[in-house]
Design a protein around this ligand. Structure first.
Ligand SMILES: *Cc1c(COP(=O)(O)O)cnc(C)c1O
Length: 244
């Protein structure tokens, strides 16, 4: 085994242990949490080492980068892999996503949802998606405006309208919600953001009678808290591939 191979195996085991510990603290089943290895900026060889270390789910945030990398990794992988698009996607690049990715976490506008649905229908399939919510209210964040959804009727009305429209699109299977927490010094400060996403999921699921089982939340700096708050997909880059 090479040094870098040992590195990724060790780091993967460490992350899986932290997830299991967070599940134990929250009384959750670790099998309910999927580790998505964020392989953005990593070369094909590094991703293949992660595959050898046992990882199956990978996340990319730029279509341009994924276009060459995903087919190359898939060709060399001994097992089928599942690819998650996790970054902001421009509508004009939406067409490229369908053949590459099994799931899109970053559906952040009605316009993009309509476009992806049309492309899926055209391709004779459906696409699994999550709706990205901006629950922290940070101006720099992508996502549906969701800050204040509990107290602000206008925010709630607009958000509910958009979600209702998206749930009716024929090409999309909406499995849940995704968010990015603000970057903070202490991961404990992210807890209200993750709790808000979980609560919003509950409210939308009840309003529309749809389970919305997936919550994509938590990255290297905050995933233990996200898992405690109900994450079913954690998107982790640096803790697996190193700080680079
Ligand atoms: C890069 C990225 C991650 C992973 O970040 P790390 O801090 O390296 O774990 C997760 N989600 C998105 C959307 C990203 O762009």
């Amino acid at each position: 085994m090479t040094d870098s191979m040992m590195g990724i195996t060790e780091r993967t085991n460490r992350v899986l242990e932290s997830i299991a510990e967070a599940c134990a603290r929250a009384g959750r089943d670790p099998a309910a949490v999927t580790l998505v290895a964020v392989s953005k900026t990593q070369p094909v060889e590094a991703v293949l080492q992660a595959v050898e270390a046992g990882l199956q789910h990978f996340g990319e945030n730029r279509v341009e980068e994924a276009e060459d990398k995903i087919p190359a990794v898939n060709r060399a992988s001994p097992r089928p892999l599942i690819w998650h698009m996790i970054g902001h996607l421009q509508s004009r690049k939406a067409r490229l996503v369908l053949p590459l990715f099994q799931q899109v976490h970053s559906v952040d506008s009605l316009r993009l949802a309509v476009r992806l649905s049309a492309l899926a229908v055209e391709a004779g399939r459906t696409l699994d998606v999550l709706l990205e919510m901006n629950v922290s209210g940070e101006a720099a964040k992508y996502g549906f405006e969701a800050a204040g959804w509990q107290s602000d009727d206008e925010v709630r009305r607009r958000l509910w309208n958009e979600v209702e429209h998206i749930l009716a699109l024929p090409g999309l299977n909406v499995h849940g919600l995704m968010t990015m927490a603000p970057i903070v010094a202490d991961m404990e400060q992210t807890r209200p953001v993750f709790a808000q996403l979980a609560a919003l999921r509950g409210a939308l699921a009840e309003s529309f009678g749809r389970p919305l089982p997936e919550l994509s939340m938590g990255m290297t700096d905050d995933y233990p808290v996200a898992v405690e708050e109900g994450a079913t997909l954690v998107r982790i880059g640096r803790a697996l591939f190193g700080e680079g």
